[in-house]
Design a protein around this ligand. Structure first.
Ligand code: HEC
Length: 139
């Protein structure tokens, strides 16, 4: 294969993406160049089969039944910076190895990965940024 084609092939699989850069309990660099869209983030959280958030977290989304296994997402934007919120969604295990919160944008060290998720994160980078943008509005 010609080198240029190889580069295109690697980019196509996402294999060339740089791993997120951790600083303490935070991921200061957005995962995408496109800023997160809070309306899309809210819709993703409300659509529980994609994001799963509401299985565990109460959230200020009227009309939604939510679990009570984790802190209420109300006020999350006042408690945490965007960088801290991003970190918690990407891989909460880095902050609390015993957490029940699944790593939403990590591929290392996963066990019992459902076949639909094998080889790819639960949430795409843009979906993580959209949810971070929505959480930031919760003050
Ligand atoms: C299986 C349960 C579970 C799911 C699903 C889950 N979380 Fe969590 N989350 C937790 C738990 C438990 C904590 C408390 C801290 C810890 O144990 O890591 C937490 C902590 C957080 C925090 C910090 C809360 C605070 O204010 O202290 C945020 C923000 C958060 N989760 C967002 C999300 C979002 C957004 C989703 C969906 C994309 C999600 N979580 C899905 C269990 C879950």
């Amino acid at each position: 294969m010609k080198p240029a084609l190889l580069v295109v092939a690697l980019l196509g699989t996402g294999a060339a993406a740089a791993p997120p850069a951790w600083e303490g309990d935070a991921l200061p660099t957005p995962l995408t160049a496109t800023p997160g869209d809070p309306a899309r983030g809210r819709a993703l959280v409300a659509e529980r089969r994609t994001s799963l958030c509401l299985l565990c977290h109460p959230a200020p989304i009227p009309g939604q039944q939510a679990g009570n296994l984790a802190p209420d997402l109300a006020g999350a934007g006042a408690r945490w910076s965007a960088a801290q919120l991003r970190a918690r969604i990407v891989d909460a295990r880095r902050l609390n190895p015993a957490t029940t919160m699944p790593p939403f944008h990590a591929n290392e060290g996963l066990q019992r990965v459902g076949s639909a998720w094998q080889g790819r994160p639960v949430l795409e980078a843009q979906q993580v940024e959209d949810i971070v943008a929505w959480l930031q509005t919760l003050r």
